[in-house]
Design a protein around this ligand. Structure first.
Ligand code: HEC
Ligand code: HEC
Length: 222
């Protein structure tokens, strides 16, 4: 095969690869804006038309999160390992194909412009929240949050979701859910161990620090 033909073949393959997700994306956009007519409400009512969430209400940003992370969360809401009274009926009403399509749809949405500039100023670099985020607390075996969640909490790959662009209320609620055991779906129980080593003030401060970080493109690999 000469060079020109291999380019043509590669383009054809790329076009075929693109065609499938586009058909899916159509269904998913409809699901996101209209629901599935079988008990799943429109996602945009809570997560926003741009997938940016609603900070004041504690509804998280979904746009730009990894597709397999999002899919896993929907499965966990449905099976109860992430026990949440709002999302459980939503996830339960979605078929596995619909969960997959919605996860792909939100992962492909661009970073929401409204979140480009954080609403709050970051706390001082020597504040408790900043120290936990950037250095951890080795006396309690807490690694720096940034070690897994990336610099400024931009997120890393499929395993480590972004914290930048999530509200302080949402971040704190998740840490408390792990402490209570109502969220227990995390791989290797990493977040269950970490949140158990934090007190209330730690949670408030580290959530405030991440909520004040600018959005960034997630890093692909750890
Ligand atoms: C009535 C409001 C509401 C609606 C409608 C809703 N959500 Fe949610 N969603 C929430 C809340 C609240 C949370 C946070 C739950 C928690 O604290 O664990 C959440 C969390 C999530 C998460 C986890 C995000 C993360 O970062 O871990 C995903 C994924 C999600 N929702 C997807 C969807 C999809 C897809 C739809 C539409 C089919 C939808 N949601 C509809 C309120 C809603
Ligand atoms: C050893 C790696 C590791 C470290 C260190 C770590 N995390 Fe996590 N974190 C994870 C993993 C893995 C998940 C995804 C859990 C899942 O898949 O349900 C997660 C998820 C989260 C979430 C949920 C995000 C969402 O969208 O729902 C929050 C909030 C969070 N971590 C906060 C923190 C904070 C704050 C620190 C530092 C005190 C921290 N993490 C340190 C591995 C880590």
């Amino acid at each position: 095969m000469n060079f020109r033909w291999s380019v043509v073949a590669a383009c054809a393959l790329a076009a075929a690869a693109l065609a499938a997700p586009t058909a899916h994306a159509m269904d998913a956009a409809q699901l996101a804006t209209q629901g599935n007519g079988k008990g799943a409400p429109p996602c945009l009512g809570c997560h926003g038309a741009d997938g940016g969430g609603q900070a004041a209400a504690g509804f998280p940003r979904l746009a730009g999160l990894d597709a397999s992370y999002l899919r896993r969360q929907l499965d966990s809401f449905a099976d109860g390992t992430r026990d949440n009274p709002v999302m459980k009926p939503v996830a339960t009403a979605l078929t596995t194909d619909e969960r997959q399509a919605l996860a792909g749809y939100y992962s492909r949405l661009p970073l929401p412009a409204a979140l480009a500039r954080p609403a709050t100023q970051p706390p001082a670099p020597d504040s408790r929240g900043a120290l936990l985020a950037t250095r951890g607390r080795w006396s309690r075996q807490v690694p720096a949050c940034e070690q897994c969640h990336g610099p400024g909490g931009v997120g890393v790959g499929a395993a480590f979701p972004p914290l930048a662009g999530q509200s302080a209320a949402y971040i704190a609620a998740q840490l408390r859910a792990w402490q209570r055991g109502s969220r227990r779906n995390d791989p290797l129980a990493l977040m269950q161990h970490i949140s158990a080593a934090l007190d209330d003030q730690d949670i408030t401060e580290v959530a405030g620090w991440f909520a004040a970080q600018p959005l960034g493109q997630p890093k692909a690999t750890p």
